[in-house]
Design a protein around this ligand. Sequence first.
Ligand SMILES: Cc1cc2nc3c(=O)[nH]c(=O)nc-3n(C[C@H](O)[C@H](O)[C@H](O)COP(=O)(O)OP(=O)(O)OC[C@H]3O[C@@H](n4cnc5c(N)ncnc54)[C@H](O)[C@@H]3O)c2cc1C
Length: 476
Amino acid sequence: MASAPTDTPTLPHTERPSVTSLNLRVAIVGAGPAGIYAGNILAGSVRERGGAVEIDLFDSLPAPYGLIRYGVAPDHPRIKGIVNSLHEMLDAGSLRFIGNVEVGRDIAIDDLQERYDAVILATGAIRDAALDIPGIGLPGSYGAADFVAWFDGHPDVPREWPLDAAEVAVIGNGNVALDVARVLAKHAVDLRSTEVPDNVLAGLEASAVTDVHVFGRRGPLDVKFTPIELRELGEVLDVDIVLADEDFAELELAAGSSNQLKVILRTFQAWRTRGTTGASRRLHLHFWHAPVAVLGDERVEGLRFERTAIGEDRVVRGTGELRDIPVQAVYRAVGYYGTPVVDAPFDTARGVIPNIEGRVVPASGAAPVPGLYATGWIKRGPVGLIGHTKSDAMETIAHLVTDAEAGLLEAPVVYEDVLELLDAREVAYTTWDGWLALDAHERGLGAAHVHSRERVKVVPREEQVDISRADSLALS
Ligand SMILES: Cc1cc2nc3c(=O)[nH]c(=O)nc-3n(C[C@H](O)[C@H](O)[C@H](O)COP(=O)(O)OP(=O)(O)OC[C@H]3O[C@@H](n4cnc5c(N)ncnc54)[C@H](O)[C@@H]3O)c2cc1C
């Protein structure tokens, strides 16, 4: 998984004293699922060995949970069970949440290395990977990650989103493409009971969309959708799923394929048999379409694709046949790109922090940086579900504990509490109690809402910070 070689790493000896027992101070950068799992596993692991550990969990956002709060679609409440268990981990008292602190801006990674035995980077991903085709920068061409951040109420994106296009294209064949297509196609009324922010609901209510086209460059046997995500498309009210017979010429190849793929193909077959019902919106799934260019002068007017086909060698290639499809907006859902940390190693080609099984290495072939680790999407790239970040964290923490027991970590040289530094720099950090206050506030807004919703998210950062810090400000 890592971009560096896999031989057993040896950490360089340093002049500074090393940690001899498991009494550790550890900073984790990123309070998404990866950071929280890492902290929880570390606390348990050190406890089992009779040691003690203080763990500070920093996040640049005022609230915890990373992409669970700002990535997972609002109509996916089944994720709630995971949130509850992450909540319990944070509430148990072994991890100290410190939000609204961007490492690399409010506090340097050096500041952390001076104060902690180890630093774990769990910064995940929030931006889109690039799709380098002509016209991709035209007005009306958007990154899926930006749209997701908008409909999930991320504080750092604009509040308005132009939804004036009747025909929309989504490029990509993964779950994010499906989330984007589903939210675009769904009638706003069917999102009312979710935690979608009010400005988003108003934007979706005004949407002019009639047809959402999802394009994959490979065939229906090669989709990256999970069956459950795919199936729920068929349950969206007043939206017909449209498939083209020409895309399904190869279904006999499904014989011997995985159970997951069989479920996906059964879902496609059911939709093909069902046909359309005259719904007011349509969601078209196209396969064998490789995007070539976004068309338009002043803004998006269409998309040019090259039809693809699979060879006997199972390689998908262009056939030379070009097709232009009129759309007024394009969303590229071709993957996320990891979030680097200032002054930490970063592999710009892969968008990850280079590492060997979680030990950060400055460059391919180099020895690991003592006491610096990575976990989650920033460790192995932005793929996989929340559950995968747990196994990631187990691997990273196992190495951290081994290194600590081997005396390979450098002990802190500054012992003051990091909060003193943040106070001196006038950083308006938030705390776990602050999150509990914000959480209660959002649930209160939901309960009071005319449609009685579980939560209404507070979007502006300053407002989140003010609510989170209200108690501490009242005391000071
Ligand atoms: C659109 C979308 C939908 C998804 N839906 C599902 C789903 O339905 N089910 C599922 O299981 N998985 C889903 N996933 C996948 C899931 O979100 C990821 O597996 C998981 O969030 C990765 O966790 P992470 O902690 O590595 O990263 P993240 O969740 O990205 O968390 C990283 C955290 O680090 C913080 N951070 C970044 N830089 C800094 C810095 N310099 N200083 C301080 N903090 C920083 C960020 O603010 C963020 O809170 C979805 C992903 C996306 C993108």
